[in-house]
Write a protein that binds this ligand. Sequence first.
Ligand code: CTP
Ligand code: MG
Length: 236
Amino acid sequence: MVCLMASEKIVAILLAAGKGERMGPMAVPKQYAKFNNKRLLSHTINAFINHKKINHIIVAIRPEDKRLFQETITEIDHPHAQNIQLVVGGKERQNSVYNALEALQEFNPKYVLIHDGVRPFVSHLLINRIIDGLQKHNGVIPVLPITDSIKRVSNGIVAGSVSRSELYVAQTPQGFSYQNILMCHRLVRFSNHSDDSSVMESYSLPIFTVPGDPKNIKITNEEDLEKFKEVSYINS
Ligand code: CTP
Ligand code: MG
């Protein structure tokens, strides 16, 4: 992290206020699971705190996870680790993002990169692609083409095939100009959106895409956690 002119400030919003229900029973929510002596969330924070263009980090957590979060911070070897801002998350991911956006009003960044705390393999190259895209567009998201055949299924029976030529998987970090995404989130408080691109799309604002990264997986279920262990051992 470095200090830049106020007009260029870029903030990473890291979401870590989920319960990880799809993981099944665990001692701690998945973002605090430990591998190679580090919690999953500290791998994610490390990627952003060590990126030269990120000026500030805010993390959305559950109030009951405060102690786990403090332990996570102790794993981060960076002079700005203590400057990470905390915000209480909400019931849904969208509510957590909203709380973080409101909490950034005083800091008033130019751009925000909104990222799932449970995507620990986010690379600097991917972060750069998003930041570069923001020089020309108000919204930039990483996407991956779909390679498998896609079927519509009803009651266990194939109801049709869907052409995949226009279908992509959206990843995070998703980058936006702060004022735009704050305004859009304020306007969609009472409808449900699975990501921030969808929040902005609902106001017909164009979103630019850049190539995502197949390694930038989201840890959702137990199999993902096994994949994470394999990759984190390889990288250690
Ligand atoms: N998240 C959040 N606030 C919520 C829900 C989710 O900050 N109310 C965060 C999660 O901590 C995670 C990211 O959003 O880093 C992506 O969400 P997901 O993978 O769905 O995580 P969980 O909601 O924790 O898992 P589940 O849906 O299985 O309960
Ligand atoms: Mg969830």
